[in-house]
Every structure is written in C-alpha cells, then in structure tokens.
Design a protein around this ligand. Structure first.
Ligand code: FES
Length: 123
C-alpha cells in the first residue's frame, strides 16, 4: 500500500467535489460528517468522468446518466435514471444502462495529518 498526499485539508469541503490525482490515478474528494472521502473519478457505468458530479447528503450523482453512489462506501444508490441531468422514464433505464449491471464506485482509504489529506493506493 502506498500512502500519497493528495490535497490540503482546507480544500476538501462538504458537498463539493475536488478532483485530484494520486500519482496517475484520478480521484474525487469530498467531506462527509467531517471525514475526507475519496472515490474513483470514473463512473462504473461507462467509465466517464464524474468530476462534474454533484454531492448531496454524502452521495455523488454522475452527471451523465444519473447513477448515484455513497461517497464514503461507494455503494450504488441509483443506476442510470437520467440523461445529462434530465430524468427518464423507468422503462428506458434498462436501455440506457446498455446491459451493465449496477456496480459500486471504488473507494480509497484516507487519513488526515498536519492539514493534509493522504490516500492509500494498492501497490
Ligand atoms: S457514465 Fe455515469 S451513469 Fe453513465
């Protein structure tokens, strides 16, 4: 496991997304209940960037097709229910998912020390 400094603690704010890189790995950071949470920046649906996703009540919504994930556990909360922010009828959700089953968003363990946020990456 590698421990990599990725941000200043002051830059990680509740309900805001901070796009960072840990080495070559793009991550998204936010703060929930005082804790810095780090997730993969690529959506498990089609691998598109979620850097412009909105965080509300500890969940990030993918800006492309509306899938929603817990930003601390990565759990999938909703799957493919919108197109670029516009809700779609339930029956079209299966088409939009393009055969991909709901999947969690990878999460990364974080620690904070001396005003800095660190993430643990495998390897
Ligand atoms: S790319 Fe995120 S929901 Fe489709």
């Amino acid at each position: 496991m590698q421990l990599i400094e990725i941000a200043r603690s002051d830059d990680v704010k509740q309900d805001q997304v901070l796009a960072v890189k840990a080495g070559e790995t793009p991550l998204l950071l936010t703060r929930v209940g005082g804790k810095a949470c780090a997730v993969a920046s690529k959506c498990p649906h089609l691998g598109l960037s979620m850097a412009k996703g909105k965080v509300v009540d500890g969940a990030i919504t993918c800006p492309w097709h509306g899938s929603r994930f817990d930003v601390c556990t990565g759990a999938n909360l909703d799957w493919c229910n919108a197109v670029v922010g516009m809700p779609i009828p339930g029956w079209t959700s299966r088409l939009l998912s393009m055969g991909k089953k709901p999947a969690p968003l990878p999460v990364f363990e974080t620690t904070e020390e001396n005003g800095k946020v660190f993430v643990r990456l495998p390897g």
